[in-house]
Design a protein around this ligand. Sequence first.
Ligand code: ZN
Length: 188
Amino acid sequence: MARTVSWPGLGDEELLIAVANTAHGERDELADSASVRAWWHGLGAPAPTQDGSSAAPESVAMLRALRGLIRGLALRNNGIEPDLSGSAELDGLAVRLDLRGAPSLRADEPGDLARDISAATVAALLRATARPGWPRVKACRGDDCRWVFVDGSRNSSRRWCAMANCGNRAKMVTFRDRHRATPGRHPG
Ligand SMILES: [Zn+2]
């Protein structure tokens, strides 16, 4: 019986955002097999058993490429055309239809944690991008940030994440915009 990844019960967007936000600043939760396991466990997945749940370096690299892809697509939702050239690393991800429940995808050879998470994430990506709410999943415009968030603003106008640095940058942009608009001039 093929082992499959322990599912922490995240919705599609939640999983995508969890994968996308595994690195910020110096920290990278997808640095290696051990950090992937710790991160996945931290999401609420059951503790991995001893015999399984390891991740080969190439499948961890694949998961990192997937993180870049999600960030890129979320950046596109924020009005910036991304560089998706790094997603070629995903060519090695072999998936097959999983028909045990609602049709989905699973790794062709289950048992490698990062590969299993990658397959689940690709399936989540296909479902999430087909939904009307997808354009609200955005990556922060900060070059050194790219934090992925759901824009809950009424007119879907949020550009930056809520972190202090980006919040200040957002204020600066707003300040410049206000400064540019000369008093008395009516827009349009
Ligand atoms: Zn940010």
